[in-house]
Design a protein around this ligand. Sequence first.
Ligand SMILES: Cc1cc2nc3c(=O)[nH]c(=O)nc-3n(C[C@H](O)[C@H](O)[C@H](O)COP(=O)(O)OP(=O)(O)OC[C@H]3O[C@@H](n4cnc5c(N)ncnc54)[C@H](O)[C@@H]3O)c2cc1C
Length: 410
Amino acid sequence: MNNKSDPHLVIVGGGASGLIASIMAAKSGLRITLLEQNSQIGKKIRISGNGKCNITNKTIVPERFHSHHQNFIEAVLQDYGFNTVKMFFTSIGLELVEGKEGKMFPMSLQASSVAELLEYEAKKLGVNLIYNCRANSICKKNDIFILETTQGIQKCEKLLLASGSPAAPQLGGNDSGLYFAKQMGHTIIPSLPSLVQLCSEETWVKHVGGVKCEGVAKLYANGEYITEKKGDLLFTAYGISGLAILDISREASLHLADYAYCELSLDLMPKLNKEKLTALLLGRIQKESSKPLNLWLQGILNKKLIPIILEQSQCKAKSEGELNRKEIVKLVFALKNLKLSINGTKGFSGAEVAIGGVDATQIDSKTMESKLVENLYFAGEIIDVDGDRGGFNFHFAWVSGMRAGQSIVI
Ligand SMILES: Cc1cc2nc3c(=O)[nH]c(=O)nc-3n(C[C@H](O)[C@H](O)[C@H](O)COP(=O)(O)OP(=O)(O)OC[C@H]3O[C@@H](n4cnc5c(N)ncnc54)[C@H](O)[C@@H]3O)c2cc1C
């Protein structure tokens, strides 16, 4: 039996899922201690969404979430859609506003307001928040969990692991929770970075660092088309970033981990199809002109990209006047299919989330309780679920935390 001064529930991790779970569980009158290794809670919340926190999305559908067990996601999301999260935040005094593509933000457009209101609510309900406290080891003896932490021993009847994933170690991301779960018998699906920048060893990319354009990125693995995403492309000294790249990075990460040869084919002129671009370029040719080809191309393209397009297209013309339909076709192909080989990702330090985690088949989708260890619960990114960019990762953290917090009763 637990000592009367011991908490009923200890939560490891003061991020999105741990905080919301603590608030839900505190409403049932539990004594709760929440351990956070950082000096503040919710570090990821505070910098998320470029400082605005894309808190959820108006269109919550299972297809925007990924796991080795997709049925688990469907079950967790059932009755825990957008309105559930909106109602919760309204109840703690945070209004939401809609941005592009259904993305929802706090009305303040300040991510810190989300963390601060959650912290206030948890404290108000009596949750004992312990900062700078890292759980180093966990074991279970006689139905009591014993945690060895940097601030001494904690004992509890119920334990919630909400310690996140290895993504963004600079903000507290690590795999300690996965290690604890493994020690208690859980299967861990190896973590991989997602929503992350991609690296290339091609030398040309270093010369175009800083160039940003709208485009479409198509991913090929071992020559096979995988998927494509539209949006910003940002060339960098190490490779490529931008929203289209973050969106395609999940698939790239999985194929790179499988030792596939990965290549991007970039459409730098997505608003013009092949025919329209050909017509545009043909229409721009002045037959007698001796204008150098790279200057002629500056009329339509960032000049840093021109040598790469000329090289990849193998265009033979040196000046505008030397261009003909055959050479234009080559240029159009290169402009719509610029090849960039990819040899890795920026790793967890560049990633917003991690693929993988605790095997979802070993967790009850309604209560978040372990099916292997009684009174052990999971919430958030520690579980093998990751979402698309657009508020889906926080959505999963909120709803899995809510389910855990609501089901933990004494
Ligand atoms: C730069 C960035 C921007 C993002 N922007 C968005 C966005 O706009 N929208 C969106 O939906 N998602 C976004 N995400 C993803 C989102 O932040 C995560 O999916 C979400 O925070 C996961 O919540 P969590 O509670 O599972 O984990 P976390 O929020 O990572 O919380 C886990 C906590 O546990 C603590 N911890 C870990 N181990 C221990 C230990 N052993 N002892 C004590 N404490 C421990 C950590 O310090 C951390 O505070 C972003 C992520 C990053 C990195």
